[in-house]
Write a protein that binds this ligand. Structure first.
Ligand code: F6P
Length: 329
């Protein structure tokens, strides 16, 4: 934690893959800043808007009617320009031009790594808010967007179950999450899947085969959730490996894709986003920088960017994995 000079003008942006609840977080940042008498500007398309000077003033009414909307009104990007020294120099010039003296960055690990570099080079105070469906950050029990994405995935798997059990089929359903198995594991338990394949666990296919052999004797349909980052490959690859061994299985593959990123945020995501926005602005006012706002055991906490990007959600997944094994018999 660093102490910084008092701030008057906050910039807010969303970066990386969008996540449901980002708009609710923007709204909370803008309204909290105004509540405390600060000016706020929205920076368009993540770090790109800083590099290209795409900045607009945001009043409290500019964020009306967005708490319920998926996506992000500020748009989002993974900026290549900001990864260069020149790009970051241009970004600093934009901040100076507008008199923006602190930033709230809403995004995931890439966003916070970029923020760390920017702080080190230019000393701009930045506080982060999680905005990623992947739930792959340390320093928080959950990230904004994860609950909505997992609910969407669960609802879709419920629908797949209807058709799977009508035809005695084995379905492989691929969900997002990059290198995290959080969406897969939570969706798997919530939708009553028979097996979940996640990158955090190594013997996926061996265990899967054992589960399929047991299920063949007792179940009419089987659903296997495959995290997109699993070592065995995506759902098509896992299905191919299983089919190689058991040609008689009637298999189908469904890759859920970007539907998981859209849609109206759930209550949990709207509340987390609202709490995070208030906490982030008040943290900047109190002199914090280089930290991410998270929620741990119901309490809002600040964690350094370096800790937040280093830790994962492996323990949580292990516990759910055990639960799924017991409940899917
Ligand atoms: O990080 C969020 C995420 O949706 C991941 O789950 C996924 O791997 C990736 O982004 C997809 O990125 P893109 O939208 O660029 O295809």
């Amino acid at each position: 934690m660093k102490k910084v000079k008092s701030i008057e003008h906050i910039g807010v942006f969303t970066s990386g893959g969008d996540a449901p609840g980002m708009n609710a977080a923007i709204r909370a940042v803008v309204r909290t800043a105004h509540y405390h008498g600060l000016q706020v500007s929205g920076i368009m398309e993540g770090y790109n808007g800083l590099v290209t000077d795409d900045v607009k003033a945001l009043g409290t009414r500019d964020v009306s009617n967005i708490i319920q909307r998926g996506g992000t009104i500020l748009r989002s990007a993974r900026s290549k320009e900001f990864m260069t020294l020149e790009g970051r120099l241009a970004a600093k010039k934009t901040l100076d031009k507008h008199g923006i003296d602190a930033l709230v960055a809403i995004g995931g690990d890439g966003t916070f790594r970029g923020a760390e570099v920017f702080i080190a080079e230019h000393g701009v105070p930045i506080v982060g808010i999680t905005g990623t469906i992947d739930n792959d950050m340390g320093g928080t029990d959950t990230t904004i967007g994860f609950d909505t994405a997992t609910n969407t995935a669960m609802e879709l798997v419920d629908r797949i179950r209807d058709t799977a059990s009508s035809h005695d089929r084995l379905f492989f359903v691929e969900v997002m999450g990059r290198s995290s198995g959080a969406i897969a594991m939570h969706c798997g338990v919530a939708a009553g899947a028979e097996f979940v394949m996640i990158p955090e666990r190594k013997q996926g296919i061996v265990e899967l085969i054992a589960v399929l052999e047991r299920a063949e004797k007792s179940k009419s349909s089987v659903i296997v959730i495959v995290a997109e980052g699993d070592e065995e490959g995506g759902a098509y690859e896992v299905a191919r490996k299983v089919k190689e061994r058991y040609a008689h299985y009637e298999t189908r593959v469904s890759v859920l894709g970007h539907v998981q990123r859209g849609g109206n945020p759930t209550v949990a995501d709207r509340i987390l986003a609202s709490r995070s926005g208030v906490t982030a602005v008040e943290a900047l006012i109190a002199g914090h920088a280089g930290e991410m706002v998270g929620v741990v055991n119901g309490e809002m906490v600040l964690t350094s960017f370096s800790m937040a990007v280093a830790a994962g959600k492996v323990t949580d997944n292990k516990d759910l994995d055990r639960i799924l094994t017991i409940l899917s018999t």
